[in-house]
Design a protein around this ligand. Structure first.
Ligand code: COA
Length: 206
């Protein structure tokens, strides 16, 4: 198993991997591969943390990170970071690869001075990499009531004391909404992939 930076020659393979990993998981079909496709040219994208995992002479995993921000209660914008999509190919899920890739990326992020991460995700996976509910750090989620303990909104201080006892509200960077904001462009992009059946399955979010 090897983890390395993504190269431009990998783009299509990695977007296809992202599509395979997310397909029908959170909704019928998925949009995460388009988010990745568009994000690489976004100034918030962090190329040093655009990582692929190789096994059996193929790419089986990928993760990307982004600059983000938290609006403090006094209105100040506090620099923060987020990550995702993170993908492990369906053939390799639940074998420990996702956690290895994430922990490798978190170590690199910390060494780069990234002090705080927050994102939406399943605590059952992310707690193994040190994440907890963001509400415990008094970070609120823009789309939920301020005092809600949001089970899918997670955070971790990578550098102790970076966040301290601040309080604020997080909204994901605009780049993550690209498919919803440009449905025709997304549809055109999606049509360049082999057809896959969209299914409504139990456990999806929408
Ligand atoms: C989520 C994902 C990256 C996890 O990678 P993975 O290699 O499958 O996970 P790991 O084997 O490293 O999991 C480590 C532990 O995390 C937990 N875990 C992982 N995936 C989980 C899931 N879907 N539900 C509940 N717990 C999970 C388990 O405790 C697991 O240990 P176990 O298999 O011994 O029980 C991968 O499954 C994936 O690509 N999923 C589809 C896309 C996705 O959901 N990405 C994350 C969006 S927030």
């Amino acid at each position: 198993m090897n983890i390395r930076l993504e190269h431009s020659q990998d783009y299509r393979e990695v977007e296809n991997l992202t599509r395979e990993a997310f397909w029908n998981v959170y909704r019928p079909g998925c949009t995460e591969h388009y988010v990745l496709n568009q994000y690489r040219s976004n100034p918030d994208f962090i190329p040093e943390l655009d990582l692929v995992m190789e096994e059996d002479d193929r790419i089986i995993g990928h993760v990307m990170f982004s600059k983000a921000a938290i609006t403090l209660d006094d209105g100040t914008v506090f620099p923060s970071w987020t990550f995702g999509p993170i993908s492990i190919h369906p053939d390799y899920k639940r074998k420990g690869y996702g956690l290895k890739l994430l922990n490798h990326a978190l170590g690199k992020a910390r060494a780069m001075g990234i002090g705080l991460l927050q994102m939406e995700g399943n605590i059952d996976f992310y707690r193994h990499a040190g994440f907890g509910l963001a509400s415990r750090l008094h970070i609120h989620y823009h789309a939920e009531p301020r005092d809600a303990e949001v089970p899918y909104f997670l955070a971790q201080e990578l550098i102790s004391g970076y966040w301290g006892d601040r309080e604020g509200t997080y909204c994901p960077p605009k780049g993550y909404f690209v498919a919803d904001e440009n449905p025709d462009a997304f549809k055109a992009y999606e049509s360049t992939f082999p057809p896959k059946e969209k299914l409504r399955l139990p456990g999806q979010l929408v």
